[in-house]
Design a protein around this ligand. Structure first.
Ligand code: SF4
Ligand code: SF4
Length: 79
């Protein structure tokens, strides 16, 4: 069961793939069919049920393109 979720800020992303590489739960995939306004390949939050809101993807992103939200009770809190 998912413990959180992420939001990818498309306009900030440069398509480096670090988030996909370092997510320990394989929740992020660069599928090859989404592009940023600047033409970079965008990652997609794919394996959503496995996200534990660890925040590693956001820490590894060099362009501050990921926000992580941890579920708290019925809502989500930004971590
Ligand atoms: S918060 Fe952790 S588990 Fe969730 S997508 Fe990011 S790296 Fe993966
Ligand atoms: S680490 Fe950041 S800049 Fe790199 S692909 Fe992921 S969201 Fe985009």
């Amino acid at each position: 069961m998912a413990k959180g979720e992420i939001v990818i800020i498309d306009v900030n992303c440069r398509g480096c793939g670090f988030c996909q590489l370092f997510c320990p739960k394989d929740c992020i995939t660069i599928t090859g069919d989404r592009f940023s306004p600047l033409g970079y390949l965008l990652p997609t939050f794919t394996n959503q049920d496995q996200c534990n809101a660890c925040g590693i993807c956001a820490w590894m992103c060099p362009h501050l393109a990921i926000d992580v939200y941890r579920y708290a009770g019925k809502g989500a809190a930004k971590s």
